[in-house]
Design a protein around this ligand. Sequence first.
Ligand SMILES: NC(=O)c1ccc[n+]([C@@H]2O[C@H](COP(=O)([O-])OP(=O)(O)OC[C@H]3O[C@@H](n4cnc5c(N)ncnc54)[C@H](OP(=O)(O)O)[C@@H]3O)[C@@H](O)[C@H]2O)c1
Length: 267
Amino acid sequence: MSILIIGGGNMGKTYAQSFLNSKLVKREDLFIYDKDKLKIDLINQFQIGTGVTVLGDFVSKIDTVVLAVKPQDTKKLYPELKPLVHSGQLFLSIMAGIRIHDIQHALGVDKVVRAMPNLPAQIGMGMTVFSASDKVPKPELTYIQNLLETTGHSIIVDKEEMLDAATAISGSGPAYVFYFLDTLIQSAIEMGFSPSESYLLAEQTFLGSVNLFRRNNLTCTQWIEKVASRGGTTEAALEVFKEKSVDKGIKEGILKALDRAKELSFE
Ligand SMILES: NC(=O)c1ccc[n+]([C@@H]2O[C@H](COP(=O)([O-])OP(=O)(O)OC[C@H]3O[C@@H](n4cnc5c(N)ncnc54)[C@H](OP(=O)(O)O)[C@@H]3O)[C@@H](O)[C@H]2O)c1
C-alpha cells in the first residue's frame, strides 16, 4: 500500500518515521510532499521515504493520501491536488478543524478519515481520536487505525463532532499538563531547589502518579485520599485549590477550547 504524506512538518515527519519504524509501510512505498525544498532535502538525506517538491501524475497511483498541512494552507493545496486525485483513494486528514464533508467536497473524493492526534505522537505516546465518512470500507478503516497506532493509542468515534471535544482534551491537553508541570518546577525553584533538581522533582512526580493511576483501578479521589492525611500538608494545599476553585478554572478553560474548536470548524 503506497502512502503520500502532504506536508513534511512536525506531524508529517512524525507520521513518516512512525510508519516506517512499525514496518507497516515500506520505504519505497512512502512519499512526502512539501513545498519547502530544504525540508524535502533533509527528508531525502535521512531516507525517510521519497521526498518531492512537485505533485504530478504519480499521485493518482497512490493508495492513501495523508493531509498534514496547516488548515490555512488548504486554500493553495486543494486546487493543486484536486485534478490529481480520484474517489478510489483513501484520505487521512490530521488538519485541525477541517470537517470530513469539506475535504470530500473540496477534492471530489469519498473515502475520508479525519484524525486528531497530539504532540506525544512524536515519541509513540500519542493519543489520537478519529472518525470516518461512511464511504470508508471496514478493512481500510482498520488499516488507518493500524497506521495511527504506530504513534500511540487511538479511539474511533461515530460522531465527527467528538473530534472538537478531543481537540479540547487530548489535542490541547499536553499544554495543560506542561502548564501544571511548569508551576511545580517554578515553585520548587522558589523554595530553593536548583533548576535541574526542580525538573527532576516535578517530572518524576508526574510520571510516578500517572503510572500508579494506570496500574490500579483506584479513582483520582481515592489516590488523593492515599496522599492526603487529615490536617497534613497535602490537605492544606488542596484546601487552597478548593477555595480558589482551581478545578472550575480548568474546566472553564477546557470548555473555551471546545468552543474555539467548534468555531474553527465553521470558519
Ligand atoms: N503539531 C501538533 O501537535 C498537531 C496536533 C494535532 C493536529 N495537528 C495538525 O497537523 C497539521 C500539521 O501540523 P504541523 O505542526 O506538522 O505543521 P507544520 O510543521 O507547519 O507542517 C506543515 C508543513 O506543510 C508545508 N506546507 C504548507 N503548505 C503546503 C502546500 N500547499 N503543499 C505542500 N506543503 C505545504 C509547510 O511548509 P511551510 O512551513 O513552508 O509553510 C510545513 O512544512 C496541522 O493541520 C495541524 O492542525 C498538529
